[in-house]
Design a binder for this molecule. Structure first.
Ligand code: GLY
Length: 293
């Protein structure tokens, strides 16, 4: 059994961007699926899928990320192996286009699980990652949002992926520009195991999206894992976790994708929309969609 599911963020996804969300999510799912079919690991698949979403300017990650209060890009990303429970994550990182690959390197080459800001950048340089001009990651769309929404901070969504490979290893990955108009140095849920993401072989994996502060306050990823551990299949675990989130934090804004140990997938959200796509051994149709539309 192999399986991949990706998301392109939860929130107020404007209707005119639904098609680019659907297409970008479907492309990422196809890429991750090909990686699994070519013998790649679950970690390879989630990294490849998230890289494709980071490179797609339709999404708030990598190229196209939301801007801070200073009009700059600061990126968070995390990746977790369900086989070892080791994570690799970076927070408030500037000047690199694909933070998910730096997070993967940290997972594999360091005893640390999370590095931030200058420390994350020096690790990336030491590992041979090429820096890019910070301005090259700023798109016209995000510059316009920054100018027009100057007084209205808001969630800027996240991208994520979960995969199960032929060896039954499961992995999770997330990447984001974070909250629009965030304070410099703010880090959200995406690089935090148990908050934004989690993966554990034999149980499943979760990747969240929405307002990082809400997700961290409720430990949403781990709570969703507990529903899988209690025996719920992925779609029911997703619904139960978001219902629990809404009871704990009425008005909270979050969404998630989830995968059970059998590769079944689910998603749920308290926000108006969540974009996603998936492919599994049981379902060969790559379904890219905007839930709530
Ligand atoms: N969920 C992404 C963030 O709040 O940073």
């Amino acid at each position: 059994m192999q399986s991949i599911i990706v998301h392109g963020g939860a929130g107020q996804i404007p209707p005119e961007t639904h098609e680019s969300h659907r297409r970008g999510c479907a492309n990422a799912a196809v890429l991750g699926w090909q990686m699994l079919n070519d013998g790649g690991s679950a970690l390879d698949a989630v990294e490849a899928a998230v890289r494709s979403l980071e490179d797609d300017p339709a999404f708030n990650a990598g190229h196209g990320a939301a801007l801070t209060i200073d009009g700059e890009v600061e990126l968070d990303a995390g990746i977790m192996s369900g086989a070892t429970l080791k994570a690799g994550a970076v927070g408030a990182l500037s000047g690199f286009a694909n933070p998910i690959s730096i997070a993967r390197r940290l997972l594999e080459k360091s005893d640390h699980d999370l590095l931030v800001a200058d420390g994350a950048a020096s690790f990336a340089l030491a590992q041979g990652f090429e820096p890019v001009s910070p301005a090259s990651l700023i798109t016209e769309r995000q510059r316009t949002l920054f100018e027009t929404l100057r007084t209205s901070a808001g969630p800027g969504d996240t991208v994520g992926a979960l995969a199960l490979d032929a060896d039954d290893n499961i992995a999770a990955a997330l990447s984001t520009g974070g909250y629009r108009f965030k304070w410099r140095g703010r880090v959200g849920d995406s690089p935090i195991p148990g908050a934004g993401l989690y993966a554990q072989n034999g149980v499943g994996a979760v990747a969240c999206t929405g307002v990082g502060e809400h997700i961290m306050r409720t430990g949403l990823a781990l709570r969703a894992m507990f529903w899988l551990e209690a025996g719920k299949p992925a779609p029911d675990a997703a619904t139960a976790a978001i219902e629990q989130f809404q009871r704990l934090l009425p008005g909270g804004q979050a969404g998630l994708i989830i995968m059970d140990a059998q590769g079944g997938v689910g998603w749920a959200h308290s926000t108006p929309y969540l974009s996603y796509a998936y492919r599994t051994s049981a379902d060969s149709n790559v379904a890219g969609a905007v839930s709530g539309a």
